[in-house]
Design a protein around this ligand. Structure first.
Ligand code: NAD
Length: 249
């Protein structure tokens, strides 16, 4: 296990699903975790479970994000780790897609990253230390599905943002990387599988869906001292799903 004792971590979308797995794994490694989420009830429960703190945050609201960062900095003086994980993944075919659909998913998945990363990077630059991990998806640059164009566009956007941002902040002791989960068993995914009649775990070579803690482990690695020379990189965590198998010849 990586050692993160006394590190101050902020996790967006940390109340449920993958975010909760990230929170639990960071806390297990010793970090003090700030759970920032729009879901107050689950956010407070998760905070209590790991001895962390809950902050109400709607990532689409820039002022809200700035205030939350300011409140954390006033109390803890620093933010060492940011896991910007919030995202939604409604399925919508292009010909059914409205401008509202487009704007909503972009606002949460992509602008939501900008809203929280901007004030956090300002603090990390001053500290001359920081670890940022963004949650993208295998749908960002490897896979796709009908109804996933909008979601895929945001997740590809995260990868592009991450690469340039990592270069902008490398000289300030800040690393910026991303994780690309495959199918992870969360409430969000369960809803999607119901409507997709997907084969779920069957298409994964490991024959199981990912667990939130599988993603948490990768986030912990990027947050650790051991990963201090890695920046601008993305790690796929998918039980082998995207690996093309060599055909029998
Ligand atoms: P989830 O729906 O289970 O949890 C999402 C969390 O984000 C919830 O706690 C929710 O309250 C919070 N949230 C939603 N809108 C918010 C907002 N405006 N402001 C603040 N918080 C908000 O989702 P999940 O499956 O855990 O997915 C988490 C991330 O992982 C997303 O970015 C998703 O795209 C990505 N991802 C998930 C999978 C998967 O299979 N589950 C695969 C690849 C990538």
């Amino acid at each position: 296990m990586f050692e993160l004792t006394n590190r101050i971590a902020l996790v967006t979308g940390g109340a449920n699903g993958i975010g909760k797995g990230i929170v639990q794994t960071l806390a297990k490694a010793g970090a003090k975790v700030m759970i920032c989420d729009i879901d107050e009830k689950a956010g407070k429960e998760t905070a209590e479970e790991v001895g962390g703190e809950y902050y109400k945050l709607d990532v689409t609201d820039q002022r809200n994000a700035e205030q939350v960062v300011q409140d954390i900095l006033e109390k803890h003086k620093r933010i060492d780790i940011l896991a910007a994980n919030t995202g939604i993944y409604p399925e919508v075919l292009i010909e059914d897609m409205t401008e509202e659909d487009w704007d909503k998913v972009q606002r949460i998945n992509l602008k939501g990253i900008f809203n929280i990363i901007k004030p956090v990077l300002k603090a990390m630059k001053k500290q001359n230390y920081g670890r940022v991990i963004l949650t993208s998806s295998i749908t960002g640059d490897i896979t796709g599905y009908p109804g996933g164009a909008l979601y895929g566009a945001t997740k590809a956007g995260i990868l592009g943002f991450m690469r340039s941002a990592s270069l902008e902040y490398a000289k300030y002791g800040v690393t910026i990387n991303s994780v690309q989960p495959g199918m992870v068993a969360t409430e969000g995914l369960k809803k999607q599988l119901e409507t997709l009649s997907d084969k779920g775990a069957e298409v994964v070579p490991m024959k199981r869906l990912g667990e939130p803690k599988d993603i948490g482990a990768a986030v912990c690695f990027f947050a650790s001292e051991e990963a201090s020379y890695i920046t601008g990189q993305s790690l796929v965590i998918d039980g082998g799903q995207v690996l093309p198998e060599t055909p029998d010849v």
